[in-house]
Design a protein around this ligand. Structure first.
Ligand SMILES: C[S@@+](CC[C@H](N)C(=O)[O-])C[C@H]1O[C@@H](n2cnc3c(N)ncnc32)[C@H](O)[C@@H]1O
Length: 232
């Protein structure tokens, strides 16, 4: 069993897109793809943990520009071959330390990432992300709802309330992966004081949280610094 998320996704790179072939999720996927395609129209976007670029391919066409980062060279190689538009860049990076010193981004997207953030690091993640954004920038977080029979069962829960799955790869290796499933209440509490215009959307298999980043709020005093619950 390995616990390193980056190692797990590097090993899973060539298998990753099978998750998007689950028959029961196809209607939801088409609906989310249509919605996301227009959500960043004309805006510069920073995409966190872009993986194989599955969502980048829908966001990119109408966006002003996309800087997509991920910790794994293996998934980025697939993303780069999938999305070749000149206004899209893929870079190796850490979701907890997104690039600073670039022009503030007008929007941010993270697909199926928040669920892998330990509860104790949610504030750190959001603070780092918001530092790269212009005041009022639009943030969209997209992730899984837990659906019995479709989701990988939860195998354990730690003292902080993080949940874990035992995931098997084609080579037979089994990986202990932190995967949280936050409720709407958890998500709203997470961004209370640091966001405005908060909208929670829900499909059968997925949820999305959309908000405007209000940078004026001091992160250390916000509930995001000590959220109670988080999120495949
Ligand atoms: C569940 S996948 C999501 C990929 C993509 N966003 C999607 O929805 O198809 C999680 C991604 O997080 C990446 N990752 C893991 N730890 C990371 C870190 N510290 N910083 C950036 N990316 C990381 C993995 O390499 C993997 O591509």
């Amino acid at each position: 069993m390995t616990v390193e998320l980056e190692d797990y996704y590097a090993a899973r790179a060539s298998e990753y897109d099978r998750i998007y072939a689950k028959p029961e999720r196809q209607d939801d996927l088409r609906a989310v793809e249509r919605w996301l395609a227009q959500a960043f129209a004309g805006k510069s976007v920073i995409e966190i943990a872009c993986g194989t670029g599955y969502w980048t391919q829908f966001i990119a066409p109408d966006s002003g520009s996309v800087l997509a980062l991920d910790a794994s060279h293996e998934v980025l190689a697939i993303a780069r071959s999938r999305v070749t538009a000149p206004h899209v860049s893929f870079v190796i990076g850490d979701a907890y330390r997104p690039p600073e010193g670039t022009a503030p981004f007008e929007s941010a997207f993270a697909g199926f990432w928040l669920s892998h953030v330990p509860k104790a690091r949610l504030g750190e993640f959001l603070e780092g992300l918001h530092r790269t954004l212009a005041p009022g920038a639009k943030v969209v977080l997209l992730d899984n709802l837990y659906v019995e029979g479709s989701s990988t069962p939860i195998s354990e829960e730690d003292a902080q309330g993080n949940t874990y799955q035992a995931r098997k790869l084609d080579d037979g290796s089994v990986h202990r992966v932190l995967k949280n499933f936050p409720s709407e209440h958890d998500l709203r509490e997470m961004v209370a004081g640091i966001a405005t215009d908060v909208v929670y959307r829900r499909w059968r298999y997925f949820w999305a949280l959309e908000y405007a980043c209000s940078r004026e709020a001091p992160f250390t005093d916000s509930p995001a610094a000590s959220p109670t619950t988080a999120a495949r």
